[in-house]
Design a protein around this ligand. Sequence first.
Ligand code: IVH
Length: 666
Amino acid sequence: MDKKKVAQKIKELREELNHHNYKYYVKNNPEISDYEYDQLLKKLEKLEDKYPDLITPDTPTQRVGGKPLDEFQTVKHKIPMLSLANTYNEQELIDFDERVQKNVGKVEYVVEPKIDGAGIALYYENGVFVRGATRGDGIKGDDITQNLKTIHSIPLRLQHDVLSTIEVRGEVFMTKSGFKEYNKEQIKQDKQPFANPRNAAAGSIRQLDPNIVAERPLDAFIYLLSYTETPFNTQEKVLDALKKAGFKTNPLSKKVKNINEAIKYCKKLEEKRDSLDYDIDGAVLKVNSIKKQQNLGSTSKNPRWAISYKFAAQQATTVLKDIDIQVGRTGALTPVAILKPVDVGGVTVSRATLHNFDELKRKDIRIHDTVLIERSGDVIPQVVKSITEKRSGEEQKKPIPKTCPICNTPVQHKEGEVAIRCPNKMCPARLKWRMKYYASRDAMDIDHLGESTVDKLLDKNMIENVADLYDLKKEDILQIEGFKEKSAQNLIESIKQSKKQDLSRLIYGLGIRHVGKYAAQLLARHFSSIDKLAEATEEELKEIDGLGEKSAEAIATFFTSEENITLINRLKEYGVNTESKKAEKEQSLKGKRFVFTGSLEDLSRSKAGDIVKEQGGMVTSSVSKNVNYVVVGKKPGSKYEKAKKQGIPIIKEDEFLYMTKKKEKR
Ligand code: IVH
């Protein structure tokens, strides 16, 4: 290929990759599978390897892979980054509106969620992302370009030439679900968890190593155009242009006619707060007209054309009455604060996690202390700090236990590990967790086997390990308080059904240390059966792409235990599936493209998409000749008509479920 052709091919690949990146990360609506995306990226990488002079700063291959820095460079913001004045009630908003009207007459507002993350400024030159910075002191911030490039929803090149040389402002955040998963993993690996998604986001973008940043589930909303060569009339149009340029803008931002409507919408956003997958701590009101914004101007600290309305705090202070100790599945002892019940942003909180004894010591939290509690969405509330000014001298430190509070076995504290553990594998607390873990949704998904049922089964010595579950008879269950004929039958049926689960779920359900959902899936794809996995040496396991060293070690150790081998043999005897069905399944929809239209009854759209992807197919948003099936639900849209016209096979939800073996034909 001559160089000109290569340059053209590279250009096309970049455009294609940017398009799919945008569909996936900004629109949440991918058109191709991850595998296909990776193939395209590899193609581009290969060409760029051969022709390094054709590498540009905005190429999609350059999102990850930068070298760790010694320190950040300081950059001066093109325009100072002001902060917003806060209001806490309706009257203060009305006062703000009066001040505005006095200066510029009647105004419309745009009301936006106030994202609780870390503020950033992004600078684009001729449509290419050249620099990104933290807020810093408002005048100067840290150059965190490398880190921001790893966030896929931040475009490296703008999609539309309305915006070309610009500076925009926005907020980096971590989703609540991402935060939960991330912390779970941190704790599992004996690392310090983050206190909340905001700290996680702010801490992450200040990491010197971009490779670490790339592993964190970060995202960014953009909400302000702070420098532009093409002026806009209104904030509403600005948001529209930002969206067209490829930025992720917040879908809940809304233009309203006056302050009363603005107040109403602020309250609506507050009601929505807990249902969102990212933290918001208030609403922001912005005067819609840019001209009026300019007329209003700013003080040295805040703009006069915008204000924040802060929601009720999700923090509160209360008294810590006692510190309880929980023993987890792996034997780790976790201190838990027992609190005088307190309302935190509308929810009564009476327990909060203290994570581990290191944290307890570091924060110097004592029994009878007055403590600050924080809650975020459905994340377990936590103790932020103790208010030492309120101490009377009566407060007591909680000593690190020498023995397990459940089974009295002396505890272990391994060097280099944060956790203190009960080493007794038969500790009732550990058995209970193992059982719960095995039955949980991500593992064997056994319906009707809740915590209290597990407790009762253990109390009555009916089970000792997960294999015993398959030995239970209806008569046994009927001895448990609260169970009747029908409910006992249901439980037996659920246990029986779990025998058919995928190998990846069984591997996950065994609760091997350092083996989460993804590692389990990886292992099930790699090995055809549990026996093959058990036979693998630590070295072989370490060779598996994507599996960490600690996981490899833990897996090898797990299968050296005779007890574990006996357990697996028993599971096999009871008919639990220990073979990988993945390979065969993956073939079934391989290369097939699906379009969904109308509302589905049994499945959510995302679940339907998961099924397609799981079995090797892909979901597309528009009907074309390349589509193999159009799945129609209730009230299908124009895609249905189009499919009919083009003669593309149309199937109902039921047929889709049969096809993907999610339902058996009657
Ligand atoms: S506008 C000149 N809009 O809140 C005013 N800020 O104290 C620029 N924030 O530093 C800010 N969501 O980090 C604006 N929709 C939003 C926001 C928002 C969150 C943050 C931002 C800013 C702080 C204001």
